[in-house]
Design a protein around this ligand. Structure first.
Ligand SMILES: Cc1cc2nc3c(=O)[nH]c(=O)nc-3n(C[C@H](O)[C@H](O)[C@H](O)COP(=O)(O)OP(=O)(O)OC[C@H]3O[C@@H](n4cnc5c(N)ncnc54)[C@H](O)[C@@H]3O)c2cc1C
Length: 287
């Protein structure tokens, strides 16, 4: 069997190839090469044409727009994201905790979203922050929330002629923030469970609250309905709502493997964040 492989040099060339042949984009290859591996030292064989997109400069780099929106090119690696202080804290931290350093030098944000694994580290904070993904084809550019793009495990809305070109993250605005990743070991551990959350408090009232759980269901779990339970509440009354909220969040997640562990740990993380917020510490990240 022979691989059909294209190596476009520009985005336009890549989009033409994609439209004409349906070739599948290969960025860092850390998911795709592993999915089709045949053994140590043996080249994988793909049952479809592939397109190595690593030369597309249009998909590289990070920039900040006037309103503070951070735009991350799809080929940006986890190392590049982790070390760039313009990237919101939650996304930087998630990028810094992905696998081992060799992996982080290769794994791209476009690949992490394109792979759409519920255990992928980057979709979880991106969904918390209402980030969007920019999809381009030869004839069209469209943008949608990462939350809408990922439908379920390994299933997303990428059309056959599209390429992910960038991720856009609106400037976060919060009083308290929280991020935790629970893994079995640091090096090359895929997430067991992640949670991130933000709360904005203005004049003693909670005006925004969001949470997202990773690796606790077929996709990252976020529920605007349940989040609303805390919005509008005075912060000094928060402690009396924590248990009710935590139980409601338990209904948002749907872990398949080790459900008792995942449910209990998620509830403990939320309880911890909310009870620290209820004490009204200095604004910032809650450890
Ligand atoms: C040992 C090991 C440890 C790992 N640990 C972690 C971990 O801790 N956390 C984690 O989140 N992941 C982990 N992964 C998974 C993987 O490294 C990440 O998902 C990574 O971000 C994938 O990026 P990539 O560039 O290598 O993607 P690729 O393998 O190149 O592509 C992945 C998928 O996305 C598609 N794709 C890639 N780029 C684009 C684009 N621009 N437009 C459209 N589609 C695109 C591809 O067609 C493919 O379907 C691990 C993998 C391995 C092998």
């Amino acid at each position: 069997m022979v691989n059909t492989c294209y190596i476009p040099k520009t985005l336009e060339e890549a989009l033409k190839i994609r439209k004409e042949t349906g070739a599948v984009p290969l960025a860092g290859g850390t998911d795709l090469m592993v999915a089709y591996k045949r053994g140590v030292g043996i080249t994988p064989v793909f049952p479809f044409p592939v397109m190595i997109i690593t030369q597309l400069d249009e998909l590289k780099g990070i920039k900040v727009e006037e309103d503070g929106t951070v735009v991350i090119g799809a080929l940006t690696t986890s190392v590049e994201i982790a070390k760039d202080e313009r990237v919101p804290y939650f996304v930087r931290l998630a990028a810094s905790k992905m696998g081992a350093v060799s992996l982080r030098n290769t794994a791209t944000i476009g690949g992490n979203i394109g792979n759409s694994s519920p255990k992928g580290d980057l979709p979880q904070p991106l969904i918390l922050l209402d980030a969007t993904v920019v999809l381009q084809s030869l004839d069209n550019t469209r943008e949608m929330k990462v939350d809408d793009f990922i439908i379920k495990a390994k299933k997303n809305q990428l059309a056959e002629d599209e390429i992910i070109v960038a991720v856009r993250i609106p400037k976060p605005d919060y009083t308290y923030g929280y991020y935790r990743k629970i893994g079995t070991r640091r090096a090359n551990a895929i997430s067991k469970l992640t949670l991130s959350s933000i709360m904005k408090v203005e004049n003693g009232v909670i005006t925004d609250f969001r949470a997202s759980s990773g690796a606790a269901g077929p996709k990252v779990a976020r529920s605007r309905e349940v989040e609303k339970m805390l919005i509008g509440k005075p912060i000094f009354e928060l402690s009396s709502f924590i248990e009710e909220f935590v139980e409601a969040w338990d209904g948002v997640i749907s872990p398949h493997a080790m459900p008792e562990f995942r449910r209990a740990t998620t509830k403990n993380m939320l309880r911890h964040f909310l009870s620290v917020c209820a004490d009204q510490p200095e604004p910032g990240i809650i450890e």
